[in-house]
Design a protein around this ligand. Structure first.
Ligand code: AMP
Length: 211
């Protein structure tokens, strides 16, 4: 199965991608994770994108398009963090067609602005393996340590209040045409994702298993 997970920052894309990977044996392609790794490595790409990410702005379409092409395998996948603009949706369509692949579902994790702020302010991520925690809703077993690799937990630079607002604004500006694009194709599944993680996952699974 080939899925896109779409939604505002903090909608649970990363968390649900991990669950879907485990249940359906999918490759996770997370544009945000890939870009963050490049920044950490201080690669040429990392240096190009760092400024945009720190501000909560989108990295230009040409740059992310290349990153996607390199990382999109022909296997079953859950793609997360792409598309983020209408142009990116068209581009994804083009790449898939060229490879004779078809997207099965575009899953829209719909959350309120209040949920976004609550989640991102208390989100912590593992410096080493990228696992996601929330100090209240999904706390680590040991304070400041990753449950999976014992790496140190940190707050993402772009999870600070000012940048959260900026990222949310970017999402609100870009999202409608993207959702409509997949709705017209009959691929859209919109799910209320304000609930806690297991409940949201159950809603997605119920839908996928029924189809
Ligand atoms: P995320 O981890 O998905 O919240 O992404 C973190 C940041 O990476 C975003 O705020 C953007 O600066 C950048 N980014 C990730 N995916 C894309 C994309 N598809 N297009 C442009 N910028 C992106």
């Amino acid at each position: 199965v080939k899925l896109v997970l779409f939604g505002a920052p903090g909608c649970g894309k990363g968390t649900q991608a991990k669950e879907l990977k485990d249940k359906y044996q999918l490759d996770i392609i997370s544009l945000g994770d890939i870009l963050r790794q490049e920044v950490q490595k201080k690669s040429e790409l990392g240096q190009q994108v760092q400024g945009y990410m720190a501000k909560g702005a989108l990295v230009p379409d040409e740059i992310v398009a290349k990153v996607l092409e390199v990382n999109l395998a022909d296997d079953n996948f859950v793609l997360e963090g792409y598309p983020r603009t209408y142009e990116q949706a068209l581009h994804l369509d083009k790449i898939l067609k060229k490879r004779n692949l078809d997207l099965d579902y575009f899953i829209y994790l719909d959350v309120s602005a209040q949920t976004v702020v609550n989640r991102l302010q208390l989100r912590r991520v593992c410096r080493k393996c990228g696992a996601i925690f929330h100090l209240k809703n999904m706390p680590p077993k040991v304070e400041d340590r990753c449950d999976y690799c014992s790496g140190e937990l940190m707050q993402r630079d772009d999870d600070k209040p000012q940048v959260i607002r900026q990222r949310l604004e970017v999402f609100n500006k870009q999202s409608n045409p993207i959702v409509d694009f997949y709705k017209d194709k009959g691929k859209l599944f919109a799910v209320d994702a304000n609930a806690e993680k297991d409940e949201v996952f159950a809603r997605i699974v119920r839908y996928l298993d029924k189809e």
